[in-house]
Ligand binder design. Structure first.
Ligand SMILES: Cc1cc2nc3c(=O)[nH]c(=O)nc-3n(C[C@H](O)[C@H](O)[C@H](O)COP(=O)(O)OP(=O)(O)OC[C@H]3O[C@@H](n4cnc5c(N)ncnc54)[C@H](O)[C@@H]3O)c2cc1C
Length: 394
């Protein structure tokens, strides 16, 4: 065992200015508590840190944005990649080289001047590497498939400290320093959102509508409980709102017409938008908050189970929670680097409870109750959306 490894990059210990900011991320319910943070600026910093941790037997974790924090470190070393955000796009090969700390917003900004786009998801603030490690359920997933399948090359550091290159996201242990991903030609997206009050007719209507969609259209329905808060706009205040989201590579104006018949439309913003503004489709939160999440891949969507959701999660439920059902299928079914369950799933149901009142135990109990009626079609967890759960939970 060597004891000569030397750390490079910025090192922070408890009590140092910047230590807390560096260990904290988007998930405000918990944070890593390492003995040492290496704020890496280069792949060489990462490699030196891995050597150092290996030589001393330190537990090691990596953090980019902190959106996906599962099991926080207690002691050991945290490698923070948030300074490694360089993105270079080669329009000739339709490829982007992305450093490990980059967010999707960085890639979208670099790609869009070339008429190109990455297979990013609902939130531009999510880190590229963490998202790819979870497969990557993108805005246009039914058209282009899992983002992980568009990885051409991964640069990383193996647990031994050796620099490695791989042709797909690593299964575990390797710290990624950069990825090369394929971009798609995409000037614009036809999409946005349409909001109606949650009713059985809306749930049934969306389920029937989404069952038979062309691959060029990706959609989901988010059931959002709004508190009875006077600062909220009246149409939303105290109500349970279904936000139907949509992203398509073709004009879907005709296709969405039946959705307007499902109930009085409270808000609608649908049409062509530049690929650079794809973040406007989902309105995901941008500031850190405490949350617990769980998600299941479903072979098909049981209408009775769907109709049971509002009573459990609406504004007057004991643990109000957001539930999103996404239609999968299409190009997702041809995934290469993901588990078979992700290919076979027709739908995904996920829930997020903001822990600003309810505690995590109550949230987890609700999540179990919520998914129980879907058991007959359950293909297993969609881990990337299981916020706060580590894989030993199953
Ligand atoms: C608001 C929100 C919206 C989301 N929308 C989508 C969506 O539309 N589609 C989708 O598929 N997912 C989505 N997700 C899930 C997201 O992809 C995962 O939470 C992902 O883990 C976040 O990655 P991160 O880098 O941002 O987070 P981090 O917490 O920084 O990283 C997550 C984990 O990835 C690993 N990791 C990160 N960097 C490295 C590295 N360099 N080397 C090795 N391992 C590393 C670590 O294990 C780390 O704990 C969303 C999450 C949130 C909170």
């Amino acid at each position: 065992m060597s004891t000569t490894s030397t750390l490079i990059g910025t090192m922070l210990r408890p009590g140092d200015p910047g230590f807390d900011a560096e260990r904290r991320g988007f998930q405000a319910a918990r944070a890593h508590r390492p003995d040492l943070v290496v704020a890496a600026a280069t792949a060489a910093d990462v490699q030196a840190a891995v050597h150092h941790a290996r030589d001393r037997g330190f537990a090691l974790a990596v953090q980019s944005s902190g959106h996906g924090l599962a099991a926080p470190l207690e002691g050991g070393m945290l490698i923070s990649t948030r300074r490694m955000r360089e993105v270079t796009v080669d329009p000739a090969t339709r490829c982007a080289r992305v450093e490990a700390g980059a967010r999707w917003a960085d890639v979208v900004a670099a790609a869009s001047p070339h008429g190109l786009a990455p297979l990013s998801g609902s939130s531009p603030g999510v880190g590229v590497v963490g998202y790819l490690l979870g497969g990557g359920f993108g805005l246009l997933g039914r058209t282009f498939g899992f983002a992980a399948d568009r990885v051409r090359r991964v640069e990383g550091v193996a647990p031994s400290g050796e620099a490695v290159t791989l042709d797909r996201p690593p299964a575990g242990g390797t710290v990624v320093t950069a990825v090369e991903i394929e971009l798609v030609e995409l000037a614009g997206i036809w999409g946005g959102s349409l909001a109606v009050e949650v009713t059985p007719a809306v749930l049934d209507g969306w389920a029937a509508w989404s069952a038979d969609l062309p691959e060029q259209v990706t959609t989901g329905i988010s059931l959002v409980p709004f508190a009875d808060d006077p600062t909220l706009p009246p149409p939303f205040r105290g109500r349970h709102i279904a936000m139907i989201t949509l992203a398509a590579t073709v004009d879907a104006a005709e296709l969405v017409r039946p959705l307007r018949e499902l109930g009085p439309v409270i808000h609608e913003h649908l049409g062509w938008l530049p690929a650079a503004e794809s973040h406007a489709i989902h309105h995901d939160p941008t500031e850190p908050e405490p949350y617990a999440g769980d998600a299941r891949l479903l072979r098909t969507l049981d209408r009775d189970a769907l109709r049971a959701i509002p009573a459990l999660t609406g504004p007057s439920a004991p643990v109000p929670s957001v539930v999103e059902v996404r239609r999968l299928g299409g190009a997702y079914g041809r995934g290469r680097t993901v588990p078979a369950s992700a290919r076979e799933a027709g739908y995904l149901v996920r829930t997020v409870t903001v822990l600003d009142g309810p505690d995590e135990t109550a949230a987890r109990a609700l999540h179990e109750d919520l998914f129980r009626p879907f058991a007959a079609d359950d293909l297993g967890r969609a881990w990337t959306f299981c916020y706060g759960l580590s894989r030993t939970t199953d």
